[in-house]
Design a protein around this ligand. Structure first.
Ligand code: FEO
Length: 176
């Protein structure tokens, strides 16, 4: 049985993960429209990961005998000026999710709900990984000299990098 506070935080997180999935799917659609196939693949993969996150919390609530109540999700931003703006928007969203996850960790620890505290550790590690991923992508953009141009070699190379960025992050994690 979860406390009302922990339940509310986890129930909100189900919709927050869905919102993230929705945002990244819209980013993928923007990238497709721009002919940026690597970026489209990157954001589509990321959107699917967010759906997996949603399902983890959904399943935990069900296991705890708690009702899952989905919330309204606003239509995500769909008009971006360039790929750099998209990556920054995604990174900012990850930071917001990290603060929500931290809040769940703090509340469950404070209430001595060690079952939820243990459950949320996976998300704490995942948020670290995701923030590292976006930092790495932004570093790569800087190295390539990409500053938001609508076309050119740097954009082409960054798009190519994004096609494999998820795989690179996962294999680096497996190696480590
Ligand atoms: Fe599930 Fe990227 O936060």
């Amino acid at each position: 049985m979860l406390s009302d506070t922990i339940y509310q935080l986890l129930n909100n997180q189900v919709s927050a993960e869905q919102e993230a999935a929705y945002k990244y799917l819209q980013m993928a659609a923007w990238a497709e429209k721009e002919g940026l196939n690597g970026a489209a693949q990157f954001f589509r993969t990321h959107s699917q990961e967010e759906e997996e996150h949603r399902d983890r919390i959904f399943n935990y609530l069900i296991e705890c005998g708690q009702p899952v109540i989905l919330q309204t999700i606003e239509a995500p931003k769909h008009d971006f000026n360039n790929l750099l703006e998209v990556i920054h928007a995604a990174f900012e969203h990850e930071k917001k999710v990290t603060s929500m996850i931290k809040r769940i960790a703090e509340a469950s620890f404070a209430e001595q709900d060690y079952q939820t505290f243990n459950f949320i550790q996976w998300f704490v590690a995942e948020q670290h990984e995701e923030e590292t991923l976006f930092t790495t992508v932004l570093d790569k953009a800087k190295i390539l000299g990409y500053e938001g141009e609508k076309q050119g070699q740097a954009l082409y190379l960054l798009d190519q990098y994004l096609a494999t960025a998820h795989g690179n992050a996962e294999s680096a994690e497996a190696d480590g």
